[in-house]
Write a new protein. Structure first.
Length: 560
């Protein structure tokens, strides 16, 4: 169901905040009579303005006003089946699913939930509610996407918290967790301009010798002392790496599949521990444990044909540097065989909770910050689409998606988001709320679809925003008192106060705003005229001097 309206009477620092996401109607709820009244708003927006199954609203406000906390509240407003988000919260929320409206009302310990269908009256629509348990409401699918790339989807649909340490810690140079890596791989190939950004890219898996050498075979050979360090064998194999590629690959797969197996009951492939034991050839594993057989590439380890195919794929891309204690696997993201093997490894890695400094995925060469921002958003939207069923609704909260984007891409962002969502199943409905500080984003929204959050609650600004001038939006919508930066304003004031002709001349030649240039030019002309008048007076005084007085003055000036 879609969130249509919320009135937050009290929550944390918020008081009496109204959030209306509907295109046409204003809402009012009478808790005593159990009536929901919908009246036509003054500035309605046509249905399907963004797309037939897509609605988007824009949330703006100064830093620290609470936009992120507000979106988090709306995202979680019905996660508690009892309707209580916070012990001291008081609020009303209105949802819609098909033709039915659902109301959740929480105040002073009173919890009411009801549903009803709308009937027309003179003012608009009237919904007579009958009590209905909130835990029997249709699913409220809500997803929060943060602007910070390390924060993953926070929702009941996709559990993708940053539990895995994958990728280096420098921003965007690596993939930050296994889920992020899998979302990227699962979205390939992109059917839009993002595919061009991926040309020549690969996923690089870096495995240290130390991590690879820590192999625990106890669950396979039935021996409680099955953990063994293969460091010496790995060093020997590296000396003749070309002839030992297959051995290395088998060892890597065996290490990934059996990682943490002693405390895991299942893998992502659905294998039980017994099933995993069955895919290995126990006799050869036992030989490996006793120190023999690992150096022979032809040693069969698996009964599973799929694993044998992965072995062949990995043997083509494995590489090592004898001077470094690590092994690299470079998966081309445009090679179907590589992607198939990579997906298998990511699923097994995620299932077995591989958290290790010696096992990390990177994109190589790395995307720029802005490039990854777009790709990351596209991957998450693709994952959301895969998780929901046809006919379902999604409330999607996106925090500052324009951060790190070039201004040209910022002007295209809303159209791009709409195109991503339009490519999905038309029976799925998306209710999107985007927070931003960017007038280039705001100019894509009719004023009814803009939510202004001030320091003391919602601000009722009636200025038009759709297609508006950027400077007007800064002043009227973002409440910016100066559209010229403070640094250049200080420069201008200083040049005028010090009556510096050289500084004023420079600013006139460089400043592009016509009104500022006009003012600076007028000031400069006055200074030049005053200086010219001063020179003229001096010339008149000099002309009145006798020759002997002029000579005396000349000698005195030269002496000084």
């Amino acid at each position: 169901m879609l969130l249509k309206y919320a009135f937050i009477e009290k929550h944390l620092v918020y008081k009496n905040i109204t959030i209306n996401l509907d295109n046409k109607y204003d809402f009012a709820f009478d808790p005593e009579r159990r009536l929901l009244m919908l009246t036509a708003g003054k500035e309605s927006v046509p249905d399907g303005f963004f797309a037939e199954n897509i609605g988007i609203s824009c949330l703006i406000g100064k830093n620290g006003c609470g936009k992120t906390c507000l979106m988090d509240f709306l995202n979680s407003i019905k996660k508690d089946k009892k309707g209580r988000f916070h012990s001291n919260s008081e609020y009303t929320a209105v949802f819609q699913h098909n033709e039915t409206y659902y109301v959740l009302y929480v105040k002073e310990g009173i919890h009411y939930s009801g549903k009803g269908t709308a009937e027309k009256n003179e003012q608009g629509l009237l919904v007579r509610l009958t009590e209905h348990p909130s835990n029997e409401f249709p699913n409220y699918h809500s997803i929060y996407l943060s602007s910070n790339n390390t924060n993953m989807i926070k929702s009941g649909i996709v559990n993708a918290d940053n539990d895995y340490s994958v990728g280096n810690e420098q921003r965007y140079n690596g993939l930050h967790n296994l889920k992020e890596a899998y979302l990227f791989i699962d979205s390939l190939p992109f059917n839009n301009e993002l595919d061009e950004l991926c040309q020549g890219k690969s996923i690089r898996l870096v495995i240290t010798d130390r991590w690879l050498s820590q192999l625990n075979l106890s669950e396979i050979i039935g021996n409680n002392y099955g953990r063994k360090n293969f460091t010496s064998q790995i060093k020997k194999m590296k000396r003749n790496f070309f002839n030992n590629k297959i051995s290395f690959v088998k060892l890597i797969l065996m290490r990934i599949i059996t990682a943490n197996l002693y405390r895991r009951k299942n893998t992502t492939q659905g294998y039980s521990i017994q099933k995993i034991v069955e895919i290995f050839r126990k006799d050869h594993i036992t030989n490996i444990y006793h120190g023999s057989g690992i150096l022979f590439p032809e040693t069969p380890l698996f009964f599973d044909e799929q694993l044998d195919r992965h072995v062949n794929n990995l043997a083509e891309i494995i590489d090592t540097n004898p001077d470094k204690n690590e092994i690299q696997l470079n998966f081309s993201i445009h090679n179907p065989q590589h992607l198939s093997t990579l997906k298998f490894m990511l699923k097994a890695s995620t299932s077995n909770e591989i958290i290790a400094e010696g096992y990390k995925y990177y994109i190589y060469p790395p995307f720029s910050t802005g490039q990854w921002k777009r790709i990351d958003l596209a991957c998450k939207i693709n994952d959301i689409d895969n998780e929901i069923e046809p006919g379902q609704c999604v409330n999607l909260f996106i925090d500052e998606p324009d951060a790190d984007l070039h201004p040209e891409l910022q002007t295209q962002l809303i159209a791009w988001v709409v195109s991503l969502l339009k490519d999905k199943d038309k029976s799925k409905h998306f209710n999107v709320i985007i927070s931003t500080h960017n007038p280039l984003i705001l100019s894509d929204f009719p004023r009814r679809k803009v939510l202004y959050l001030g320091e003391n609650g919602m601000i009722n600004l009636k200025t038009k925003t759709l297609g508006a001038n950027v400077y007007d939006l800064y002043k009227n919508s973002f409440l910016v008192t100066n559209v010229v930066s403070e640094f250049i304003r200080n420069k201008i004031h200083k040049a005028i106060e010090e009556k510096s002709i050289s500084d004023l001349s420079f600013l006139i030649g460089e400043v592009s705003e016509p009104l500022i240039v006009q003012s600076l030019t007028a000031t400069l002309n006055k200074l030049i005229m005053a200086e010219g008048s001063h020179h003229q007076r001096l010339n008149s005084l000099i002309d009145e001097l006798s020759e002997s007085e002029k000579e005396f003055l000349r000698r005195r000036l030269n002496h000084d």
